[in-house]
Design a binder for this molecule. Structure first.
Ligand SMILES: [Zn+2]
Length: 363
């Protein structure tokens, strides 16, 4: 699977549903001597989940309540030589310790943290909720993960602006604050855009792709090709096809920036109160565009406050109003063309609903 080409060390992403191989039979009896107790260990628990040498003692009933996968597993009679410890069945899985811990924590310990906008989750937590939510068929986990990702990579331009996504795309990296989607409940970095694209591909979350590709295209070409590493050390790289999409789309977004500044070449508005000053402002602002290499930028979605900030030479009220209107019109055109720029199929509302409602299993 493409997303996992580099996700080897800590995160083992299985694109198959968990199978008998995951719940392998081992020898019984000696387990507690050989595994380390994980953060979740309820003395009166009724099942021990083990990954690597770390175990979590939790309750079958709660797992079954939330997960069709576990309900089926616990309903089936276990063979007599099944691995047990402390009188509990042992279920071995191949997920990373961190991912499994996030999932169990969300189910047993800190539901309020994972399901409330008051608590900001990291990308890695959301990624674990999404992947294990699909794998173990825990609907509310994957719903919540998708809801949070959508805050950062929404389908409407207004929501994109509201999430604050646009705010720092042009800021030099040294100045980028830790939270790059400041008004969402997700502590996502721009660096997580490639991971988001790959997860969207794996789980059919097509509606996240236009905004995620757009954010990814803000990086320089080398970074887009080399890929980006998440906080758990996983290197995420685009597939060959998506890499072409992203690089072609980056060229298109540069053209969009040029179009968004074309109004600088027009005459002052008819109601202009100071034609000479406004004409001079455009000439000086054009020089600024040239000197600061704005035409190399790929961010054509920044809100219209860039007029006045990046283009500091002021216009009369009427010309300012017209400039912002023309800029915003072009910006809407750009947003509506993202699928075209990144060679993505047209949005299909019915399929999107399925993805949102999340009734389907991963492809
Ligand atoms: Zn004017």
């Amino acid at each position: 699977m493409e997303t996992s080409t580099t996700a080897t060390k800590k995160r083992r992403i299985d694109d198959e549903s968990p199978s008998a191989a995951d719940a392998s039979n081992g020898k019984s009896g000696t387990l507690k001597d050989t595994i380390e107790r994980g953060r979740l260990w309820f003395e009166d628990g009724s099942v021990i989940m083990v990954t690597g040498n770390v175990g979590f003692k939790v309750y079958k009933g709660i797992l079954s309540q939330h997960s069709d996968f576990f309900r089926d597993m616990f309903t089936l009679p276990q063979p007599p030589d099944s691995e047990t410890s402390e009188g509990c069945p042992v279920v071995r899985v191949s997920d990373s310790v961190e991912d499994l811990e996030d999932m169990l924590d969300a189910l047993y310990n800190s539901a309020s943290r994972y399901f409330s906008d008051d608590h900001i989750l990291t990308f890695e937590e959301i990624s674990a909720m999404l992947q294990l939510g699909y794998k173990y068929q825990i609907e509310h986990l994957r719903h919540e993960a998708i809801r949070r990702l959508k805050q950062c990579f929404p389908e409407a331009l207004d929501d994109f602006v509201f999430s604050g996504t646009h705010a720092d795309l042009l800021t030099p990296s040294t100045a980028i604050p830790h939270r790059e989607f400041p008004r969402s409940s997700t502590d996502l970095l721009l660096d997580d855009s490639i991971a988001t694209i790959n997860l969207s591909r794996t789980y059919g979350l097509d509606f996240l792709l236009p905004a995620a590709f757009y954010v990814c295209a803000q990086y320089d070409e080398k970074t887009i090709v080399d890929g980006l590493r998440d906080a758990r050390g996983v290197l995420w790289k685009l597939s060959e096809e998506d890499l072409k999409r992203c690089l072609n789309g980056k060229t298109e977004t540069r053209k969009a920036v040029r179009r968004s500044l074309q109004w600088l070449h027009s005459s002052p508005s008819e109601e202009c109160t100071s034609r000479k000053r406004c004409q001079e402002a455009s000439q000086r602002n054009l020089l600024q565009v040239w000197e600061k290499n704005y035409l190399d930028f790929s961010d054509a979605l920044l809100d219209n406050s860039r007029i006045g900030r990046e283009l500091p030479h002021r216009y009369c009220e009427s010309c300012t109003r017209r400039a912002k209107q023309l800029y915003d019109e072009e910006r809407s055109v750009t947003w509506n063309k993202l699928r075209e720029y990144f060679d993505l199929p047209p949005a299909t509302p019915v399929v999107e609903e399925e993805g949102r409602d999340d009734a389907s299993n991963p492809p």
